[in-house]
Design a binder for this molecule. Structure first.
Ligand SMILES: NC(=O)c1ccc[n+]([C@@H]2O[C@H](COP(=O)([O-])OP(=O)(O)OC[C@H]3O[C@@H](n4cnc5c(N)ncnc54)[C@H](O)[C@@H]3O)[C@@H](O)[C@H]2O)c1
Length: 319
């Protein structure tokens, strides 16, 4: 039941010690809320939330979402899940469990508390898309038995669970389909394209491009993403999503590598390797729905976002 005595909410963020979760928590605390961060620290790190420990409105709980959780909160953001291919392929069975059991446990909690719950879903639900750009009504083109399936199908099943809890139990749900997001606090070794290129450039190593580099990606800066998640949570109860959140400006992976070389002044060479299995060649969100319903669009240009991200990687150990 919603609390009556003030507008401050107690908000649960699962996966809160990770890249996106820690930025979301910063923003929620800035807005005066209390935050409970639940994380098993599989890919997240205490360093991402170290600066919050003196804050009386912040609490950290080490917990695996594959197990039930009994806490009292007003809203839930469910972000717990390794997001980069190296991490989610490390223990694929655990990845599927995190998405599926994690969704069941967090939805069960939302059902008991009758509170709103937001799912951090992904553009990977579209697989290697046959439609460009992707709109939310596209059902996707996903390999159910490949090495990425633990993540893609886990996230698809989590979406199914969210919509079944909404239809069957009337739980207020919000589903965000997040496209490539980058920024400070990305994991140094997560192998995602932006962090990979920056780390390789700062170490003076060759920059590895999979394929010929003409494949395109769209990159959303983390501050824009967090703003969209908070706006989505604040939408009226009848709005469930799914809603695409990302930057619709497309760049070739090659162009990104060159921009990073120019900004870091690195003398690294570009080295080309074969594309990994099921790696999509093109992915770009249609964000019309987010524009209309959330009155949102990305504000941070790649140039500015890359500067902030490079500054972050310069400040941390790259070992
Ligand atoms: N970053 C992106 O570009 C992107 C794109 C699409 C979707 N997403 C989704 O957003 C969410 C956050 O992604 P991120 O980039 O911050 O990744 P991340 O790996 O930095 O964060 C995930 C967090 O979840 C935690 N976690 C993993 N398994 C857990 C478990 N079983 N129990 C409790 N905690 C667990 C990790 O320790 C980590 O802190 C994920 O659900 C991801 O699928 C991210």
């Amino acid at each position: 039941m919603p609390r009556l005595y003030d507008s401050r909410k107690r908000i649960l963020v699962t996966g809160g010690a990770g890249f996106l979760g820690s930025h979301l928590i910063d923003r929620l605390l800035e807005r005066g809320h209390e935050v409970l961060c639940v994380d098993n620290l599989f890919t997240g790190t205490k360093r991402n939330i170290d600066h919050l420990h003196g804050n009386p409105r912040f609490e950290f709980m080490r917990h695996d979402v594959c197990f039930p959780l009994y806490v009292e909160v007003d809203e839930i953001y469910n972000l717990a899940c390794p997001a980069s291919p190296v991490h989610y392929q490390h223990d694929p069975v655990q990845t599927t469990k995190t998405s599926v059991h994690g969704a069941i446990n967090m939805l069960g909690l939302a059902k008991r508390l009758r509170c709103k719950i937001l799912q951090a879903s992904t553009s990977e639900v579209y697989g290697d898309p046959a439609v460009h750009p992707q709109t939310e009504d596209y059902w996707g083109h996903v390999n159910p038995i490949g090495i990425r399936s633990c993540y893609d199908e886990g996230k698809r099943c989590a979406e199914t669970l969210f919509f079944d809890y909404w239809r069957q139990h009337n739980i207020p749900i919000k589903v965000a389909r997040i496209f490539n997001t980058y920024g400070p606090r990305m994991h140094v070794a997560d192998g995602r394209v932006v962090s990979n290129f920056i780390v390789q450039a700062l170490k003076g190593e060759d920059i590895t491009i999979y394929g010929d580099g003409t494949q395109t990606r769209s990159f959303c800066f983390v501050d824009d993403l967090v703003e969209a998640l908070i706006r989505l949570m604040a939408t009226e109860e009848s709005f469930t999503g799914p809603v695409n959140i990302g930057n619709s400006r497309e760049f070739q992976v090659r162009e990104l590598a060159q921009a990073i070389l120019d900004k870091t002044g690195a003398l690294s060479q570009l080295v080309f390797k074969p594309l990994p299995q099921d790696d999509p060649l093109q992915r770009r969100p249609d964000i019309s729905k987010a524009r209309e319903v959330l009155q949102w669009e990305p504000r941070v240009a790649l140039d500015e976002g890359l500067d902030k991200t490079i500054d972050y990687f310069r400040s941390v150990s790259l070992l």
